[in-house]
Design a protein around this ligand. Sequence first.
Ligand SMILES: NC(=O)c1ccc[n+]([C@@H]2O[C@H](COP(=O)([O-])OP(=O)(O)OC[C@H]3O[C@@H](n4cnc5c(N)ncnc54)[C@H](O)[C@@H]3O)[C@@H](O)[C@H]2O)c1
Length: 376
Amino acid sequence: MAEIRKVGIVGFGVMGSAIGLNAASSGYDVVYKELNDELVQKMYDRFVVGALRKRVEKGKMTQEQMDQITSRITGTSTYEGLADCDLVIEAAVEKMDLKIQVFEDLSKHCRPDAILVSNTSTFLIEKLMERVDRPERTAGLHYFFPANVNKLVEVIRSKHTSDETYQALMEFARQNRKVAITVKDFPGFAINPIFIASYNVLDSFYDGQTYNVATLDDISKEALGVRFGIMWVQNGSGLGTAYHAAVSMVEYLGDTDIGYPPVPEALKRQFESGQPWNLEDGPVSTDPEVRARVRDRLLGAIFSIATHLVDREVVSLGDLELGVKTALAWPKGPFALMNELGMDEAARLVRLADEEGYFRVPALFKDGVPAPWDLG
Ligand SMILES: NC(=O)c1ccc[n+]([C@@H]2O[C@H](COP(=O)([O-])OP(=O)(O)OC[C@H]3O[C@@H](n4cnc5c(N)ncnc54)[C@H](O)[C@@H]3O)[C@@H](O)[C@H]2O)c1
C-alpha cells in the first residue's frame, strides 16, 4: 500500500486549513497552495498562526507543540510546489469548471502515483477527475464542518478508485484520528442527502406564525433527540450554503426514481434576506396535531432517503448509522429510529413521504412492511 507522508492541499480557506492543521497535528508534512503569494501569507497568518496561538493562549496547547505543527506546514502559489506530495486534497471553492481544471493541473504536475482527492460537497468525483491521467488514483475525501472538530470523513470510491488508493485513504483517515465511512460516488454522498432532506422538509412548513422557526426547531429536536435543532444547524453552516446544496440535490435527484423534497421557498427568501433564521421568533407550539404533522413528514423523508441509499449500496447500513451519529450528532441513526418506532409506523411514514412528493417508495418498502433492521 502506498504510504502517505506529504500532503498537498489546494485552497487554504475554512475547510482546507482545518484539514491541513488536522494532518500536520497528526505528523504529516503539509504544503498548501493558494491563488497568489499574498493569499499564501494571509491564510498562514490567519488559519495557522492565528488559530494555533489562540489554543496556546487558552492553555490547550504548549508553545512547543505549536512550533512543531507550524514547522510541518508550508505554502506555495504554484503547482510545482506540490510536485512531491503523496496525496493532494482539493478544497478550493465549489465551482465545477475550476475544480476540473485544478485536477488537470495536478495530474500534470504531481507524481504519477500521487493520490488526488476532492473535498467537494456536491459534485460527482468521476466528473471532477475526467481529465486526470490514471483515474484509479482518484477518490473523494469529504470532511465535515468544522473539519478539525467533526470526526467524520466520507471516503468516496468512484468506479475508477483502486483498492490501493482506497486502503491508503482509510489509513490516512485513521492516522488523522477520524471516523471513516465508505461511500460510493453519489450526489451529496451519504450524509448530506439525509441532512438536506431534513431541512427541505422542515423549512417548507415555515409560515412565521403557527410554524415559526422556534417551533420547527423544537419539533426537530424532539423527533431526532438532538441537542441542537435543524434550524440552528442550518444557521451554523450558513443559509447560502444550505440553499445551494438544496438546489443541487433537487437537480440531481428530483426527477429520478429516488426523488427529493423540493427547495423550500422560505429557505430561498431567508437566504436572500441575508439574515439567519431567527430562532426566537415566538412561542413554541405545543399543539400535538401541529407538531405531529411536521414530525411525521420529517421522519418519513429521513427514513425514505436512508433506505434508498442502503438499497442502492451507496453506503452500508452500519456505516450510514455511524456516519449520521458522528457527523450530525444524532443520538440514533435513521435505522435505529425506525426500529424504535416499529416497522409498521416506519412504513406508514415512508408512504406519507411518497404522497407528499418528497421521495418515491424505496424498493425495500414496496412489498409491504420490512422486518426490523439488523443493526449488528
Ligand atoms: N464550508 C463547509 O461547511 C464545507 C463542508 C464540506 C465541504 N466543503 C467543501 O470544501 C471546499 C472549500 O470550501 P470552504 O468553505 O473552505 O471555502 P473557502 O472559500 O473558505 O476556501 C476556498 C479557498 O480556495 C482558494 N482557491 C480558489 N481557487 C484556487 C486555486 N485554483 N488554487 C488554489 N487555491 C484556490 C481560495 O482563495 C480560498 O481561500 C468546497 O468544495 C466546499 O464545497 C465545505
